[in-house]
Design a binder for this molecule. Structure first.
Ligand SMILES: [Zn+2]
Length: 150
């Protein structure tokens, strides 16, 4: 009887944890800052409240957790074995919300970059590659593209 919370209550807790500053988010923002980029955190006037809002580049950066945002083909985007219906609903809501945000951003001419958490985690593990993710971000900022995920 160590855990008396229902699965719903537990996942509600998890969804709250999700919206806080995660380690990969902090790590990525630190790297951006070191490269001279200035951003706003969780800008509430921008659709989806991006993790980093680069006003100068009209670019919204989101660090997406692979599990919650269903990173396609990623090992972290597994399906829990129990309460499959509950999770499927939850994931569908998340995915629909993400698509809505993407449409809103593109409609206002804002560039949107999704950085998957597994990409950041890989960079965090291999410190000598830590610039690689920032190089990719810079490449996107310079490009004429409106949307990219890395
Ligand atoms: Zn992933």
């Amino acid at each position: 009887m160590a855990d008396i919370k229902s699965p719903e209550a537990r996942s509600l807790n998890m969804s709250k944890i999700r919206s806080k500053d995660t380690k990969p988010e902090k790590w990525l923002r630190k790297r951006l800052f070191e490269r001279g980029y200035r951003y706003r955190k969780n800008a509430n006037n921008i659709p989806g409240h991006p993790d980093a809002w680069l006003a100068k580049y009209n670019t919204a950066i989101f660090v997406h957790g692979c599990f919650w945002h269903r990173h396609c083909g990623c090992k972290y985007a597994y399906m829990p074995k129990s309460r499959v219906d509950f999770w499927q609903d939850k994931f569908q809501q998340n995915t629909e919300r993400d698509q809505k945000v993407r449409k809103e951003l593109l409609a206002r001419g804002t560039k949107m970059l999704i950085v998957w958490e597994c990409t950041v985690k890989k960079m965090m593990r291999q410190d000598e590659y830590s610039d690689e993710v920032i190089d990719k971000i810079e490449d996107f900022l310079r490009s004429g593209e409106k949307f990219r995920e890395i």
